[in-house]
Design a protein around this ligand. Structure first.
Ligand code: GRF
Length: 203
């Protein structure tokens, strides 16, 4: 299977996926890492691993539709079986999402369906919840919705702030996301309505 990973910045989740794919010898290849930002730090890591990299600069397109079309062509050029959004900070058009139905996933730093959108750590603190987390889900046209593949959680402790929560959670994300991608490339994920089943059992 061929995986294309989309990033906008640091790319630490991308790095965790690349490392897991190598260490665990997945039946998959990271075909490319594509960024919508030319200065994304993660591009250098991908290149250092011999992974093809490409920039589709979102600033150089007049409309969202034009950008998404260019991005789609770039992805399809690598014959991707799976598109992995890893810190990819762009809202995608319904046509784009439809094109990759059930083969595009995202990681969102909250326990969905709570706290969609940005500043999720602050949203969790403001809501006073005791558990916060991250969600890997298939992408649908509605932002931060779509069938949930897996989640991980952390307890919110007295004294936690946005930064401490973000870093506690990142450690969990780096285990959660590679595991979810691995299940996909092994053909073990089945989408049934809003639910994702792993090999006959609930994910
Ligand atoms: C992660 O916290 C992810 O959940 C969110 O953005 C951050 C990306 O970090 N969508 P990185 O680029 O993978 O290091």
């Amino acid at each position: 299977k061929k995986i294309v990973i989309l990033i906008s910045g640091r790319g630490s989740n991308m790095q965790a996926i690349v490392q897991a794919s190598q260490a665990q010898q997945w039946p998959a290849q990271i075909a490319a890492v594509i960024s919508n930002k030319p200065d994304a730090a993660g591009l250098a890591y991908a290149a250092s691993q011999g992974i093809p990299t490409k920039v589709v600069d979102s600033k150089s397109f007049a409309s969202r539709e034009d950008f998404d079309t260019a991005l789609m062509h770039a992805i399809d050029n690598y014959q991707a079986d799976l598109v992995v959004l890893a810190g990819f900070m762009r809202i995608l058009t319904p046509d784009f999402v439809q094109h990759y139905e059930n083969r595009i996933m995202n990681i969102h730093p909250s326990l969905l369906p709570s706290f969609v959108g940005l500043h999720t750590h602050q949203q969790a603190l403001d809501a006073g919840v005791k558990f916060h987390g991250a969600t890997v889900h298939f992408v649908t046209a509605e932002l931060d919705h779509g069938p949930i593949i897996d989640q991980a959680c952390v307890r919110i402790e007295h004294g936690d702030d946005e930064n401490s929560l973000a870093s506690k959670l990142l450690v969990k994300e780096h285990v959660l996301y590679p595991r979810a991608v691995r299940l996909f490339v092994e053909g073990k994920l089945v989408v049934q309505g809003n639910r994702v089943i792993v090999n006959g059992s609930e994910a």
